[in-house]
Ligand binder design. Sequence first.
Ligand SMILES: Nc1ncnc2c1ncn2[C@@H]1O[C@H](COP(=O)(O)OP(=O)(O)OP(=O)(O)O)[C@@H](O)[C@H]1O
Ligand SMILES: [Mg+2]
Length: 230
Amino acid sequence: MIKVTGLEFTYPDGITALADISIDLSFDDDEHITAIVGPSGSGKTTLLQCLARFKTPGQGSIEIDGTPAISMSEAQFRSKVGVVFQNLNLFPHLNVLDNLTLAPVEVAGMDKKDAERQAMAMLERVGVGNLARSYPSQLSGGQAQRVAIARSLVLKPDYLLLDEPTSALDINTTNALAELLEDLHGSTNFIIVTHDIPFVRKVAKRAVLIQGGRVVSHDRVEEVMRLFLQ
Ligand SMILES: Nc1ncnc2c1ncn2[C@@H]1O[C@H](COP(=O)(O)OP(=O)(O)OP(=O)(O)O)[C@@H](O)[C@H]1O
Ligand SMILES: [Mg+2]
């Protein structure tokens, strides 16, 4: 479970993006995906950045499976929580395979050959095994999205945060991503920020509605949509 208590975040220019967020994000055998929705500017990306430890909240705390996030070492934290932001952040000078082996080899100290075997298996699993030797600039948006997700998954996080994963995808690629996330049931739990309501309805059972940096609802998807779309 990810437990967020009294989270507050204000940007240096004085804009308070997160006013007071308290929420328990728990997952079980039937529910491995939670969506976070809300109007533009409501604080969704800022919340993900705090959950990923890329921003330090002004107040409040985040616990990952009972351990305060701030007390975890970088390696310990990254083995629990992965994140794929909208710009994907693939390393442009490395091919796809090397993008996937860099952290396991350099950070986790994995043997290079083992890391390559694991990376190939993950690329196959997300359907882009044929692209291992391609460079990020040679990939389509959907292919790059899969590579970025695979790169996070090789670190075997318990939670994977995705920010607007379908924003650059057409309907077929979006449906393929939905299937991929469903297939990954049992591998990891997903927290997905998105404006794509049909996608939310397809993949998530529970959702969180954020408005003005506060949680307005955390409920079954249809309940949350009723509030959001009214
Ligand atoms: N780098 C920044 N500096 C100052 N203010 C920022 C910065 N990034 C975001 N904000 C402000 O913080 C608030 C929340 O922004 P955030 O990006 O978290 O919203 P969001 O819900 O992800 O929006 P969207 O749906 O448009 O992606 C907004 O008022 C925004 O203007
Ligand atoms: Mg955003």
